[in-house]
Each structure stands twice: as C-alpha cells, then as structure tokens.
Design a protein around this ligand. Structure first.
Ligand SMILES: CC(C)(COP(=O)(O)OP(=O)(O)OC[C@H]1O[C@@H](n2cnc3c(N)ncnc32)[C@H](O)[C@@H]1OP(=O)(O)O)[C@@H](O)C(=O)NCCC(=O)NCCS
Length: 172
C-alpha cells in the first residue's frame, strides 16, 4: 500500500474486503486484458475490440508515475482507472476506467470514481476531462459530469466509418 493520504491510498472500499491501491508494472498485461474484456461488455464486435488494443493498453510509464489505480477484492483486481495530466494546468484526463464485466452494475464504478476524485483533489486538479465510450456516458453523468461536446474517436468503426465520443467535464 502506498500510504497516500487520500485517493488510492490503499484504503478499504465501502464494501468490506475491497481495497484500492496503485497498480504495479508487472500487472500491465493483466490490466490491459481486463480493459479489453470490460470494453467488450457493450457487445462490440471482437475485431473492433482488437483494433482498440493499442488505445486500451496500460503502459508501464503511467503505472510507474502512480497514475493507475486498481480496485482489489480477495486478491482479484475488479477494476482500474488512470488519471493522466492534461496539457492545461490543473486539468487531468480520466482514462482506462474499467470494471470487470461480471462485477458491473454493483456500485464498484462509483467506488472507483470517488477515489479518483479524491486523488485528483489531493493533487490540486480542478477539472477532469472524460472522453467517454458512448455507452458509459450515463455513468459519468450520474457521477455529476457535464456533457460538453464530442470528438472523433481514434479507432474507426465497422467499414472504416468515423465514430464520435462524448466529451464530458467534471469540476473537482
Ligand atoms: C461505466 C462503468 C465503469 C460503470 O461502472 P458500474 O460499476 O457499473 O457503476 P455503478 O454500479 O457504480 O453505478 C453508479 C451509478 O451510475 C449509474 N450507471 C452506471 N452505468 C450507467 C450507464 N451506462 N448509463 C447510465 N447510468 C449508469 C448507475 O445506475 C448508478 O446510479 P445510482 O447510484 O443512482 O443507482 C462500467 O459499466 C464499465 O466498466 N463499463 C465497460 C467499460 C467502459 O465503457 N468504461 C468506460 C470507458 S470511457
């Protein structure tokens, strides 16, 4: 456990036996696999999921900087997020926000989100930017984020068609 005061400081989650802690570099492969499984929860075509692999890869440099946090229950990782600095000061990007498919819909997303906000606050971040999967937008809105627009997705859809992602902001 990292011993941070708030936000992923290895503290218990709201359900007993759950912990949030910084990810370890040796977990990058397993976390990337979790991200791909989680993205597939929405029923995307397997070819599309593979095309997202680079985008969803959990990178050692992000893990080493302490910016990737995992939610663990009974020695099993059930979710993760990454909080990456944005180009603008006091702003950060919410990335790789993923729950294990079998655990979706049971409050773990909110648990991770609360930790993410606490971590952002402890780092002096004032605003979070989220480039959301379209199916996940309702979750971020339920967390209090505001829809600001859309952006062209880095990975194209079936037949090479452009896809657009909702862009949301959250004031910390
Ligand atoms: C999006 C995701 C992280 C949400 O996690 P979760 O554990 O299901 O969320 P919770 O159960 O904590 O839900 C918290 C609240 O958000 C709401 N919510 C969750 N997902 C929602 C959705 N897709 N649309 C609308 N509301 C949603 C819940 O109803 C709940 O509301 P309540 O507290 O008022 O009852 C999860 O669905 C997931 O990992 N999806 C696949 C990967 C993905 O798309 N990640 C986001 C990438 S940008």
């Amino acid at each position: 456990m990292s011993g941070q005061e708030s936000g992923s400081g290895g503290k218990p989650g709201q359900g007993s036996g759950r912990f949030l802690r910084p990810a370890a570099v040796r977990e990058c492969g397993a976390l990337t696999a979790l991200a791909l499984r989680s993205k597939a929860y929405w029923g995307y075509d397997p070819n599309f999921i593979q095309a997202c692999r680079d985008e969803l890869t959990i990178r050692p440099e992000h893990v080493k900087s302490g910016r990737v946090v995992v939610l663990v229950e009974e020695a099993t990782v059930l979710g993760l997020y990454a909080l990456l600095p944005e180009r603008r000061p006091e702003e950060a990007d919410v990335r790789h926000f993923f729950i294990e498919p079998a655990a979706i819909g049971h409050g773990l997303g909110r648990l991770l989100w609360d930790d993410l906000v606490a971590k952002a606050r402890s780092e002096g971040i004032k605003r979070l930017k989220i480039e959301s999967d379209p199916f996940a937008m309702g979750f971020y809105r339920a967390m209090g984020a505001t829809l600001a627009g859309k952006m062209r997705a880095p990975v194209k859809g079936p037949g090479g068609a452009d896809r657009y992602l909702p862009v949301l902001y959250y004031d910390v």
